[in-house]
Design a protein around this ligand. Structure first.
Ligand code: NAP
Length: 458
């Protein structure tokens, strides 16, 4: 299907028309329609109040925007997704164009963008799961959360992930927010996910899942866990799941931090939340989630797929986590590692420690910048990107000189027969999904087929 610029952004479209008639001093392209990209656009829009004007193009690989808000946030945490309202407000400001279904490196090169625009902002996040680097990691059913999370969130590129739920026991590795999301999704009763926007294929598999025991393992102590206390506090409220923590592990952690005056408030709050879990009455239900600490994964074993995982038991000595020399083994049929992410590399950029090499967001001395996880690595919550992107935009603006009046990307995409998706096209996809969800009492039914999405985009 070949769409011209006029078909996608019709001349009668007020936003398109006005954006092109206004005096747009600088043209900026943002690559990636996730939180960091939207907050960068917002910072540019706010800077316009200081007498500067920006025409912002946001290109996105998928026909759908919102990045991790759509494909990362757990489906049973719909409130976190409400930030999408802010994104939609940014998207409907004058001078902003969403150009979806366009992939950097496939449809347009970085060099072309750098030539066309006054500045390029890379906001492509970190999408690849970090590796454990242990024997057996490549066995079937040893899966990264970087693949599992977008799978249950209906990301078109992950819908075919093969997950075998036939064993009663699953292991999650990591003591961060992603690990706890994954452990909760695996251990709750899937009927709690029925009213959410979880992918239907994932719901079907979760309903048929044999998993009844989920074990989460952190390699350091409870005091080092990167959970947030609200997430911990919701665990005992799960109606159909008993959650266990060995109270001795929490008491030992509390004793370790007792001598320090510098223990952050959130660590104390986390330990209190974990103690409450440890002391909670057992419900006697068949679904169980257990949180364990001081356990480093050493090896995953199995003939054709995961059958067992071996952990080295650690201890804390003089404030340091060290191996005790002891090991333990858990028989399990599924291992999900949630141990962080790294960037998928874009040709033409230099990477170090899994993120784009940059100084305060600027990439070398070019007109290209990085924001979000692409810039600083996979840390912080969605809101962290707001101040981070804003700082990078201040730097970007300070380096702008004269507008270069480069070519319009839409003409180039049209000449390459690329069926790009406009904001209007996305709004049509959005509304089709919401309408489909209404009938089922869900916020939306996400479309997972790219051609179907493009069909709704018109
Ligand atoms: P994270 O917070 O960095 O946690 C990664 C965990 O993996 C840590 O416990 C880490 O242990 C462990 N780990 C790393 N390498 C390991 C290895 N080789 N073996 C065993 N364990 C290993 O990362 P994340 O959970 O992926 O979260 C990424 C970001 O997204 C975070 O900023 C998080 O807050 C955010 N997020 C937020 C929410 C929310 O707000 N609801 C939800 C999801 C994600 P060590 O500490 O010992 O290194």
């Amino acid at each position: 299907m070949r769409l011209t610029a006029n078909e996608v952004f019709p001349k009668g479209n007020r936003r398109f028309k006005s954006s092109r008639l206004r005096v747009a001093e600088f043209r900026i392209v943002i690559v990636g329609a996730g939180p960091a990209g939207y907050f960068a656009a917002q910072a540019l829009q706010s800077a316009e109040l200081d007498g500067k004007t920006f025409a912002i193009d946001m290109i996105e690989k998928l026909p759908t925007p919102w990045g991790l808000v759509r494909s990362g946030v757990a489906p049973d945490h719909p409130k976190i997704k409400s930030v999408s309202k802010v994104f939609e407000k940014i998207a409907t400001q004058e001078g902003f164009r969403l150009i979806g279904n366009v992939e950097l490196g496939r449809d347009i090169s970085l060099a072309e963008l750098e030539e066309m625009y006054d500045a390029v902002i890379i906001a492509t996040g970190s999408t690849v799961g970090r590796k454990l680097g242990i024997p057996g990691e490549e066995l079937a059913n040893s899966i990264s959360a970087a693949d599992f999370v977008p799978w249950y969130n209906a990301h078109p590129e992950y819908k075919n992930l093969e997950v075998d739920f036939s064993d009663q026991v699953a292991v999650v590795i990591g003591a961060g927010n992603v690990a706890i999301d994954v452990a909760r999704i695996l251990s709750l009763n899937p009927k709690e996910l029925d009213p959410t926007d979880t992918a239907q294929y994932a719901l079907d598999q979760l309903h048929n899942s044999a998993i009844r025991q989920v074990h989460l393992f952190g390699r350091r102590g409870p005091e080092h866990a990167a959970f947030t206390s609200p997430e911990l506090r919701e665990l005992p409220k799960l109606e159909f799941t008993d959650v266990f923590i060995d109270v001795a592990e929490i008491t030992a952690a509390q004793q370790r931090i007792a001598s320090s005056d510098e223990t952050p408030k959130d660590v104390k709050a986390n330990l209190e939340a974990m103690a409450a879990i440890a002391l909670a009455d057992e419900k006697g239900v068949d679904r169980k989630l257990s949180l364990h600490f001081l356990s480093t994964p050493l090896e995953i074993k199995g003939k054709n797929k995961v059958e067992e995982i071996i952990f080295g038991i650690n201890e804390v000595k003089d404030g340091k986590v060290v191996p005790s020399g002891q090991t333990k083994s858990i028989k399990c049929g599924l291992v999900i590692s949630a141990i962080g992410y790294r960037c998928l590399e874009i040709p033409g950029l230099i990477y170090e420690s899994g993120k784009i090499k940059n100084t305060d967001g600027r990439i070398g001395v070019s007109n290209t910048y990085a924001v979000g996880w692409a810039k600083r690595g996979p840390s912080g919550v969605i809101g962290t990107n707001k101040s981070d992107s804003s700082d990078v935009i201040k730097l970007l603006i300070s380096n702008l000189t004269t507008p270069r009046n480069g070519k319009d990307i839409l003409e180039i995409l049209s000449s390459r027969n690329i069926a790009f998706v406009s904001q209007k096209g996305w709004e049509q996809i959005n509304s089709a999904e919401i309408t489909a969800g209404e009938a089922l009492g869900k916020p939306r039914v996400k479309i997972t087929d790219l051609q179907e999405m493009l069909g709704f985009a018109g």
